[in-house]
Design a protein around this ligand. Structure first.
Ligand SMILES: Nc1ncnc2c1ncn2[C@@H]1O[C@H](COP(=O)(O)OP(=O)(O)OP(=O)(O)O)[C@@H](O)[C@H]1O
Length: 360
């Protein structure tokens, strides 16, 4: 596996989480070369790719390999805010600018000063915010909501989209002038099914990651299981592979992951390609988070465990989060704990990123 060494790992412990990034497929190697070329420049980058292909990770990599690496990296999901809130989130607001604006507040552009601002799902920006963003990109200054005073900013912009922005432009949903301003350097992430040689290194990576997190010895992946992973179409891309491996580790036994430990979503049916050696693989039964939790707890009690309580706690938080559809509020209600505790524990376990809003 190509292991990417970052300029100063100590400073990237949060942003890249000491990951060995898997870039083994020929297409991924070309992408990595392109990232190495683009990152040191200050050019605005547009990252495109289906959901779960690694756009945010690539944005962090661009930041880490740039001269701004020591400065903040802030990730904002443009689709996560209402039309009225997004402008104040990005550009800030003055006290009294709108009902509830009790204090003046800097937006993410100002907060990312000297660093990189990652605008995820940029295609979701409403038209008024697109006009403002265009102005920011052109003038390199922001005007807070409710103010007229421009504030100079020094921010490198990385934008990402999982929709074809060209089509959004054609349909009149996204401004053409903004599209050209964002699309200075483009990084295209292929769906996982089109870079099959990444599947094995990514799988090894997630086996290592989750066995450490679950505090178990890393199990061996049986050849038949790997074949099955390679034949799947991965509609949810790398994120789905991560979930499949995490789940497989929860239910695997005897130090190995077998083909039947792999539970796929019904959306990405197995391709009808060549049958694996030793016969066809039976489709795995669907598993609910409750079943997964039950199986994981039983397995934890099965063997002597160095840190049983922590491992149990981890499983409970992970399963409740899964069961709540990755919603922190629902998870806190389910566990009858405060949202802050839930957020902190999920972050400790590496299930969510360090802080709300993605700021580091
Ligand atoms: N090359 C890689 N090596 C190791 N892990 C990776 C790699 N690419 C992506 N991942 C992991 O896959 C998961 C999904 O990646 P990420 O969140 O960056 O995808 P995304 O395209 O931004 O998703 P979305 O469009 O849903 O926001 C993350 O856990 C990420 O760390």
């Amino acid at each position: 596996m190509e292991v990417l060494s970052l300029p100063n790992p100590a400073h990237h412990a949060i942003s890249i989480r000491a990951k060995a990034l898997a870039f083994e497929d020929a297409a991924s190697k070309v992408l990595l070369e392109r990232i190495r070329l683009i990152a040191p420049s200050d050019a605005t980058v547009l990252v495109t790719g289906e959901s779960g292909t690694g756009k945010e990770l690539i944005a962090r990599l661009v930041h880490s390999l740039s001269e701004r690496a020591e400065r903040p990296f802030i990730a904002v999901n443009c689709g996560a805010f209402s039309e009225t809130l997004i402008e104040s989130e990005l550009f800030g607001h003055e006290r009294g600018a709108f009902t509830g604006a009790l204090e003046s507040r800097a937006g993410w552009f100002e907060a990312a000063s000297g660093g990189t601002l990652f605008l995820d799902e940029v295609g979701d920006l409403p038209p008024a915010a697109q006009v403002k963003l265009l102005r920011v990109v052109q003038e390199r200054e922001v005007v807070r909501v409710g103010s007229r005073k421009p504030v100079k900013i020094d921010v490198r912009l990385v934008a990402a989209t999982n929709v074809r922005l060209e089509e959004a432009v054609r349909a009149g949903h996204f401004r053409e002038d903004l599209y050209y301003r964002l699309n200075v350097a483009k990084l295209v992430l292929l769906p996982l099914r089109e870079r099959a040689d990444d599947i094995a290194p990514l799988t090894r990576h997630f086996i290592d990651l989750y066995s450490k997190r679950l505090r178990i010895a890393a199990p061996v992946l049986e050849a038949e299981a790997l074949l099955r992973l390679k034949r799947y179409s991965w509609p949810g891309n790398i994120r789905e592979l991560e979930n499949v491996i995490h789940h497989a580790l929860l239910i695997s036994r005897g130090g190995k992951v077998t083909a039947t430990d792999l539970h796929f979503s019904s959306l990405g049916e197995l391709s009808s390609g060549s049958a694996p050696a030793g016969g066809a693989v039976a489709p795995a039964a669907a598993s609910t988070p409750q079943q997964a939790l039950r199986e994981a707890l039983l397995r934890l009690f099965d063997e002597p465990h160095p840190d049983l309580w922590q491992a149990i706690e981890g499983e409970v938080f992970a399963s409740a989060y899964e069961y709540s559809g990755h919603n922190q509020l629902q998870t806190s209600r389910l566990l009858n704990l405060s949202r802050n505790i839930v957020r902190a524990r999920l972050a400790d376990l590496g299930i969510i990123k360090g802080s709300a809003g993605g700021a580091l």
